[in-house]
Ligand binder design. Structure first.
Ligand code: DSN
Length: 443
């Protein structure tokens, strides 16, 4: 894809912004992105996202809009809904959420009253902010009870059951942002049903793998599913809320409640360009090669985890069943690994590990995954090369340890930054990374 010809107008009207866009294109092209919640959309998705649908207001739903001129907006919204229903085998879909967090807040709005008890996996244990984290408004408006993982990084189902029985939550979330195992949806359903709770699966991370058949779907066990559309699903930034058959059996008004939570309760006009682009991504997800991609994500993640382990790195839980893994870097040392990798042209994020001995600000691990490398066409052979780079970078941070004192930390990290920026081994790896990235382009 020739980006420059797609940017000829902005080049003339806003050269400053044009330059930043070119810089970001180069960053994405020539560095290796291991953040497991990111992906590379297709040129078709980008075209839909840049389309004239961004010009239109259309509060309401197909056939019931508050503004005129929505005859084509109605068609793209219906088309996108139908594609999502088919792929995820659900009864009802709302494709208007601006992203995952608003989608999740709409679920609360639809099925809870302020002050109701809700349950979710702790953020420090691989859950998501919006599942009732103390840092999120969801814990301000609802009484949040959080469950955790064991040392192996698996959800502690005994704790889930005990907390559900003790607290009788109105809503239970099942779904993760930093978790490498397959969740026991059946057991979650038994627990939620036993206390009469709504069970909502947040499948944001795994949506592409569910669509492509390389990860089990929670559809038959839960009442609601939410997702973002820009992670493994490989669409534009956006969100969807889905109501399952089981959901309608529990509450025949559930679809209506979800729709009215999104509009008029929480959002205004839908982002129609985003909906068009989600539709394009869903059409791509129905193609056979998407299934190959979905399978390869998992194969690559397994290969990467195994190679890291054989090089002596500590992968939480001894491997992965999904697209991502957590690596234990030692107490408070995730930040060193993330920053050193940045210098080497490899991007990932520091992350807490189960029972983290440090704090969420200076966590002990990193989170990494394979969706982008897989989209670029890399396979198991390349995963070995990537694991080798990760180990070489890890060796460069061996001498660094986070000081206990908060003030000392800032000066120490500044000094660390200077040292790694001048590190010759990291610069060498950066060149090797660039070479591989040139072989596996993003467009
Ligand atoms: N920020 C996303 C992630 O990185 O997993 C979750 O919303």
């Amino acid at each position: 894809m020739n980006f420059e010809s797609h940017l000829e107008n902005i080049k003339k009207t806003d050269p400053e912004m044009y330059d930043w866009i070119l810089k970001e294109i180069d960053r994405q092209k020539y560095t290796l992105e291991l953040i497991p919640s990111e992906c590379i959309t297709s040129p078709s998705v980008l075209e839909a996202l840049g389309s004239v649908f961004t010009n239109k207001y259309s509060e309401g739903y197909p056939g019931k809009r508050y503004y005129g001129g929505n005859q084509f907006v109605d068609e793209i919204e219906k088309l996108t809904q139908e594609r999502a229903k088919k792929i995820f085998e659900v009864e009802h879909v709302n494709v208007q959420p601006y992203s995952g967090s608003p989608a999740n807040f709409a679920v609360y709005t639809a099925v809870c009253q302020p002050g109701d008890i809700i349950m979710g996996q702790a953020l420090t244990d691989g859950g998501h902010l919006t599942h009732g984290s103390p840092a999120s408004a969801t814990s301000k408006y609802f009484k949040s009870v959080q469950y955790h993982v064991t040392e192996d990084g698996e959800v502690d189902m005994e704790e889930v059951e005990r907390l559900a029985k003790e607290n009788k939550p109105k809503l239970i979330w099942v779904g993760t942002s930093a978790y490498s195992k397959i969740l026991d949806y059946k057991k979650f359903a038994e627990i939620a049903d036993s206390v009469g709770a709504y069970l909502a699966a947040d499948i944001a991370h795994i949506a592409g793998m569910v669509a492509g058949g390389s990860h089990p779907s929670p559809v038959n066990n839960v009442h609601i599913m939410t997702t973002t559309t820009h992670k493994t699903l490989r669409g534009p930034r956006g969100g969807m809320i889905m109501v399952t058959k089981k959901g309608l059996e529990k509450d025949e008004d559930l679809a209506k409640k979800i729709d009215s939570a999104i509009f008029p309760q929480l959002q205004g006009g839908p982002h129609n360009h985003q909906i068009a682009a989600i539709g394009v991504a869903l059409a791509e997800a129905m193609k056979p090669d998407f299934r190959d991609y979905a399978k390869q994500i998992v194969k690559n993640a397994k290969a990467l985890a195994q190679e890291l382990i054989s090089l002596g790195m500590k992968v939480i839980g001894g491997g992965t069943d999904t697209h991502l893994m957590l690596v234990d870097c030692g107490k408070g040392r995730g930040v060193f690994f993330q920053d050193a990798l940045d210098v080497a042209g490899i991007t990932l994020n520091k992350n807490t590990i189960p029972k983290d001995p440090s704090s969420p600000f200076y966590p002990s691990g990193v989170r990494l995954g394979t969706p982008i490398m897989t989209t670029r066409g890399m396979k198991e052979e390349e995963m070995k090369i990537v694991a080798g780079w990760l180990k070489r970078v890890f060796d460069q941070i061996a001498e660094f340890d986070l000081p206990e004192g908060k003030k000392e930390r800032i000066a120490y990290l500044r000094d660390f930054q200077k040292k790694i920026e001048g590190n010759e081994e990291l610069k060498k790896i950066r060149e090797e990374v660039k070479e591989l990235c040139q072989k596996f382009g993003i467009y």
